[in-house]
Design a binder for this molecule. Structure first.
Ligand code: AMP
Length: 547
């Protein structure tokens, strides 16, 4: 009988049975003098002893100010040291951190804060064109449950620290003694197929262990310095970056608040980073930077590319030109904490650049015929499913939507199409779910479609992803105008720009009289995609080979 596409990860290293707060304390007592957190924009540098003390101080303040176990607190901010401090302080105090994309605008923010029932929010007052304070104040009447906003870099933050100094340790110690690794500790909003995002809810066990095993497979020790230009609101930053580091005593470097290729390269050089993370788009931007050759990247050893299909050619360049000889590819999704498969440092170069690796420790993966529970033979494509400690506890307050993706046997159905080879290595070959990934940001076309038809001149709209050499995919909107309407492409784009996060604004807008339909009246998106590629001349981008 031919082998079936199902594998289970190694179990020789046991799972951590701790809370995030306990694990950090253990690391801090092992490596008190090693660097923990470096924020180059603010000039903040904390050793593990100092980081742990600061986390405790904030946790004491949160308890003293009346936040209970299981309460929700939102963080809506670009990357900065305080983000990471809040992550660990909320975990230490048993408070569920709701991480919100800093590119979100009021419409998206209000939904996330209300759906999760946040009592507090942490945010900066302003970053570039994002007026966080203004958006929060304007939305106040729609946010009846938010009692307190703490603005970073203002007296709010200083007062919180002072409250931490005034409070004693006793209440926090009682609190910590009552926490369990199976408590829910984090809600991350991921774009939803029905237009509203879903709150993937993760426990200490989920994210602590995923970060730990990512760090193990990168070979991290207290001597590693990890450059984290990926967003902290996403698992890539807060789990693979932060928890991957703090479980091993490695240093976390924040090169800039949002991705900046030059700041990233400079950070690698100045901090002598040994590891660098990024979605493919970020590595493409770094490699094509005009002064690339002037940066000393010789300290790099490893790193991670993940979050979107990874072009083989870009991986080869990362190894050859960035000195990341042990670079790994991870595949995963927020609902699985996130990583399910990873390449290993000792895999052949060929496999490390052209596959998403093998199953992670303590996790099972299998490839099934979509819509069934039948596992396909090795080499045949099907839907990738993941089972194990890493599968989320569910979507926050959405049991039905949880049941749609996690089956009765505990398998998370990813909606990604994969092929498993004879040795258990996987390739991601497509997607069943109607998702577009632009530069690592997930977009559900449905959300944009529902938004477009609110325009008085638009009769109907369909949105597809088209290939792009820089961003992996870009949005292409097919729009049917109201009879007689003279709407232009630019007007469609500027309508979106006003109300949606920038990455959701369609790059291409095409006017049409009809959409390709099946006889049963279903829009054939694959045909729209093919026609768009041909008419927009995107054949080169469409032929890129991915891991
Ligand atoms: P998120 O929940 O934001 O982490 O997005 C998860 C989705 O990103 C997955 O379901 C995949 O479609 C995609 N993805 C993540 N990593 C990879 C990878 N290495 N190769 C291809 N697609 C990926």
């Amino acid at each position: 009988m031919p082998d079936l596409s199902q594998t289970a990860g190694e179990v020789d290293v046991t799972l951590l049975d701790q809370t995030v707060g306990e694990n950090l304390a253990a690391t801090a007592s092992r490596f008190p003098e090693r660097p923990a957190l470096i924020d180059l924009t603010a000039g903040t540098r904390l050793t593990y002893a100092a980081f742990d003390a600061e986390v405790t101080r904030i946790a004491r303040a949160l308890v003293a100010r009346g936040l209970a176990v299981g309460d929700r607190v939102g963080v809506w901010s670009p990357n900065r040291a305080e983000w990471t401090l809040v992550q660990y302080a909320t975990a230490r105090a048993g408070i569920i951190l709701v991480t919100i994309n800093p590119a979100y605008r009021s419409h998206e923010l209000v939904y996330a804060l209300n759906q999760s029932g946040c009592r507090w929010v942490f945010a900066p007052e302003q970053y570039r064109t994002s007026a966080y304070r203004e958006m929060l104040e304007e939305s106040q009447s729609e946010l009846p449950r938010v009692e307190q906003v703490v603005y970073f870099g203002t007296d709010d933050w200083n007062e919180l620290l002072a409250a931490g100094d005034r409070a004693d340790d006793a209440a926090l110690e009682v609190r910590m003694a009552g926490l369990s690794p199976d408590d829910r500790i984090n809600i991350q909003y991921t774009s939803g197929t029905t237009g509203f995002p879903k709150g993937a809810t993760l426990t200490h066990r989920n994210i602590l262990n995923n970060g730990y095993f990512v760090g193990e497979l990168c070979g991290y020790t207290e001597l590693d310095v990890v450059c984290i230009p990926v967003p902290l609101y996403h698992c890539f930053g807060m789990v693979m970056g932060n928890l991957g580091s703090t479980t091993h005593g490695s240093a976390m470097v924040i090169p800039a608040p949002t991705f900046d290729p030059e700041a990233t390269l400079r950070a690698v050089e100045s901090e002598r980073c040994t590891s660098l993370y990024g979605v493919p788009t970020m590595f493409i931007a770094e490699l094509s930077h005009a002064d690339f050759d002037s940066f000393d990247l010789s300290t790099l050893r490893t790193g991670i590319m993940a979050g979107a299909p990874c072009p083989v050619e870009v991986m080869k360049q990362v190894v050859a030109r960035m000195n990341m000889r042990e670079v790994t590819i991870c595949y995963g999704m927020t609902e699985t904490s996130p990583v399910s498969t990873q390449t290993r440092a000792d895999d052949s170069l060929e496999r490390r650049v052209s596959t998403v690796g093998r199953v992670h420790p303590h996790v099972e993966v299998r490839v099934i015929t979509p819509g069934t529970n039948t596992v396909v033979e090795r080499g045949a494509p099907g839907e990738l499913c993941t089972r194990g400690y890493s599968v989320m506890s569910g979507y926050w307050a959405e049991e039905e939507r949880t049941r749609e993706v996690i089956d009765a046997e505990g398998w998370m159905h990813t909606g990604d199409l994969a092929v498993m080879d004879a040795d258990g290595y996987l390739n991601i070959v497509g997607r069943i779910k109607d998702l577009v990934i632009r530069g690592g940001e997930n977009i559900y076309p449905r959300e944009i479609e529902e938004f477009l038809i609110t325009h008085p001149d638009i009769l109907d709209a369909q949105v597809v992803g088209v290939p792009d050499e820089r961003y992996g995919e870009e949005l292409c909107a097919w729009v049917r105008r109201q009879p007689g309407a003279a709407l232009s492409e630019d007007e469609v784009r500027s309508f979106c720009r006003k109300r949606l996060a920038h990455f959701k604004v369609p790059r291409y807008v095409r006017f049409t009289d009809e959409f390709p339909m099946t006889v049963t009246g279903k829009v054939q998106k694959y045909l729209m995609r093919e026609r768009s590629i041909a008419e927009l001349g995107l054949q080169v981008a469409a032929s890129i080979e991915n891991a």
